[in-house]
Design a protein around this ligand. Sequence first.
Ligand SMILES: *Cc1c(COP(=O)(O)O)cnc(C)c1O
Length: 225
Amino acid sequence: MDKKRATKNLDSLITKVEAARLRVSEHHIVKIIGISKYSTIDDIKTLYEAGQRAFGENKVQDLKIKSEALEEFPIEWHFVGTLQKNKINNLIDLNPTLVHSLDSLELAEELNKKLSIKNKKMSCLLQINSAYEDTKSGVDPKDALDIYKKIIKFYPNIILKGIMSIGANTENRETIKKSFLVTKKIFDDVKILGGIYCSMGMSNDFDLAIECGSNMIRVGSTLFK
Ligand SMILES: *Cc1c(COP(=O)(O)O)cnc(C)c1O
């Protein structure tokens, strides 16, 4: 990807995000995370030079390789993938800005244990399976608020900053919208507990996600095409 292409992709995304957020309110601010999991270090650097500052990976090993290779740049690194227990220590050592994929109470317990041994804290989002799909990680929407409260109460090394969800895997916009609205409702509940981010929306559905209240979108393919 050359600089011209990166600028065009980013400008085009920002224009669409801008239109969607203004349909909500001029005060509704949306943060864009560039998901670089299928992209090279050079492509990330090119997009960085075009102005993108936050990137996300879904594998701990890739996050390590890419973040270390681009260490000289003030990039914010996010982790969005399923976190395996045996990779927790590696992830902690990488100091990610935000982990979007805390997907069970059990994982929270394990993560908290390892964080406290290292005397560190980590900002996380609770992942919610709002589409009720077996293939997706995340807590059941009906348990989400309870689990959110438990993490705050029992796992002090985890700083919960909100929730994350992946939209329903379908072309049907109404079905996707329904899953986003389930997430948004939970977001409204966790706001009084200090939740500030509702991470939902990807390349194919970020506009809909923003209209449903998302303030953080994770965009990969349309940014790196
Ligand atoms: C890959 C990925 C994305 C980005 O998906 P695109 O459709 O390429 O925009 C967002 N969130 C998560 C969790 C992902 O794994």
